[in-house]
Design a protein around this ligand. Sequence first.
Ligand SMILES: [Zn+2]
Length: 198
Amino acid sequence: MSEAPGMQSPIELRPAVEGTVDAMDLRYDGGRFSVVSGGPAGIALQPVTSLWMAKNYRRYELNDIHFHLPAEHTVDNVENAGEVHFVHVTSAGLIAVVGVLIAEGGSSRALEEVLAAYGAGRGAQTTFDPRSLLPRSPRRFQYDGSRTTPPYDGVVAWTVFESPIEASSDQLARLRSLVGEMSRPVQARGDRRVTLGS
Ligand SMILES: [Zn+2]
């Protein structure tokens, strides 16, 4: 599939309409991950065991977790320091990505675990619960878009949490040195609706 105009990601997430967003049941317990690299998103964590998300009566398998620096989605035109993507896909090829914005602030214990695994290099394994990378507030934006890495295909069912998590400037600098600067600029929203709810 090629790049579809008017359906691209990332976007500015406001204005958003208050409404009902899909329930997400994250079955991430006992997550064991392997560090992989060389994909379109660069270095990433790939589950060794099956982790999945129930959404819209579908089972979305967690394919990988990766980071973008700076953040890709903006809220009120604020560009955060980073963004983590949880990429899920169904057996029929439907894609759902959950995004969490990262603001510079206090140190993140969850990110420290990721940094330790990334630092150990490709093939390194780590056990951690990806839910530790989610913000406390469940409020989230929902819209349809695309992947933000080549070939920018989709449709991707996007969920981006409204509240960012925090990471220290030192952690962000270390993450940047491992991941590099890789973020797609904000794309035209067209007539797409963004829903905000919890
Ligand atoms: Zn991504």
